[in-house]
Design a protein around this ligand. Structure first.
Ligand SMILES: CC(C)(COP(=O)(O)OP(=O)(O)OC[C@H]1O[C@@H](n2cnc3c(N)ncnc32)[C@H](O)[C@@H]1OP(=O)(O)O)[C@@H](O)C(=O)NCCC(=O)NCCS
Length: 150
């Protein structure tokens, strides 16, 4: 059995989430962005993965009508490649399904081969590109889509 559990983000989790965020992304989310996720619980989903009382990963999404948009997913560097990203992604897709979402969309940096592979393994398909999407490097984003039931 996996040594972790998944649950919704709580206010007190934010400092730990920010630690993971800062070592995972070139342009990390701010505290305010996570607070916004909590403020709009009717439209936002933010899940954390916890083991021995410590958060080692999280994912955040936004739901609009029957569509979910995956905004972010990260696992603490020392804990990667052991199924945590997959567990977070599957739990998020389940949550979307329970909320009536027909599809989930996301953008990923073109050079982020690891994440693109993870998404493909979980049924996402690459459906297009957004040119110069990332303001920090000017990199293109690949748009990926997951349809309910796939
Ligand atoms: C992307 C991320 C969340 C994956 O988390 P993880 O816990 O390592 O994911 P998993 O262990 O569930 O990976 C499942 C599969 O995805 C693929 N994969 C994941 N990371 C990979 C990598 N760095 N390189 C190649 N394949 C990778 C592999 O096929 C892996 O299976 P394997 O380990 O048996 O080969 C993690 O690498 C991370 O936090 N990265 C920094 C933040 C980021 O880039 N987020 C995505 C933004 S769009």
């Amino acid at each position: 059995m996996n040594p972790w559990t998944l649950r919704d983000l709580e206010r007190n989790d934010i400092p730990r989430i920010l630690e993971i965020e800062r070592v995972s992304f070139l342009t990390p989310w701010t505290e305010e962005m996570f607070r916004t996720q909590l403020r709009f619980r009717d439209r936002a989903v933010t899940l954390v993965l916890v083991e021995d009382g410590v958060i080692t990963g999280y994912t955040a999404a936004w739901i609009a009508a029957d569509e979910m948009h995956l905004l972010s997913i990260a696992v603490s560097p020392a804990e990667r490649r052991a199924g945590r990203g997959s567990a977070l992604l599957e739990a998020l897709l389940e949550r979307g399904k329970a909320r009536g979402c027909e599809r989930t969309l996301l953008e990923v940096r073109e050079t982020n081969e690891g994440a693109r592979r993870l998404y493909r393994l979980h049924g996402f398909r690459e459906i297009g590109k957004r040119r110069g999407y990332y303001a920090d490097t000017g990199e293109d984003a690949v748009i990926m889509e997951h349809r309910r039931g796939e």
